[in-house]
Design a protein around this ligand. Sequence first.
Ligand code: HEC
Length: 165
Amino acid sequence: MNTMEITKVVGGLSGALLVLLLLKMGAEAYYFPGAEHEEQGYTIAVADEGPVEEVEAVPFSEVLAAADAGAGGRVFNKCKACHSVDAGVAKVGPSLFGVVGRAHGAEEFGYTDAIANIPGTWTPEALNEFLTKPSDYAPGTAMSFAGLPKEKDRANLIAFLSTLQ
Ligand code: HEC
């Protein structure tokens, strides 16, 4: 073989490799695992799609059933600058005695419309939502409190509030 022939062979091989590579890329793009292409018409089941994070949605009632009212009493430290647990005793905010099951804005207290106009009662679910971020549940509320981001803290606190009857 002379140099010219070697060049031709190498060139031919490279061309063939390039074609294979392009075919492979095309096939991969078409049968991309995990993605379901509408136009594909059928779906290829791929066994290993990597770890799928499954976030089990546990109903709040279940979290509450397992809650610790004693721990909730300690979470209440964040509230007690503004709320008393004695019946009818308002501070910056209304008394929280008996708040679970009580109508929104039911105390002798100068509520904002943000609270006073909410229909229904403070169910555990309503309290859970309110305490996550008060300004989301009751936009414009005078309660300047950022919220309790941890569901467990909220559940414990609501279990504690339920004992105040
Ligand atoms: C900085 C003071 C402040 C803090 C801290 C605070 N609150 Fe309040 N809270 C208020 C005020 C003021 C209102 C009345 C809001 C309105 O009328 O818009 C209120 C209203 C409420 C209501 C509605 C009561 C009703 O009678 O309808 C609940 C429930 C409540 N707060 C629970 C809590 C809990 C639980 C915490 C602690 C995690 C807490 N608050 C922390 C000031 C506060």
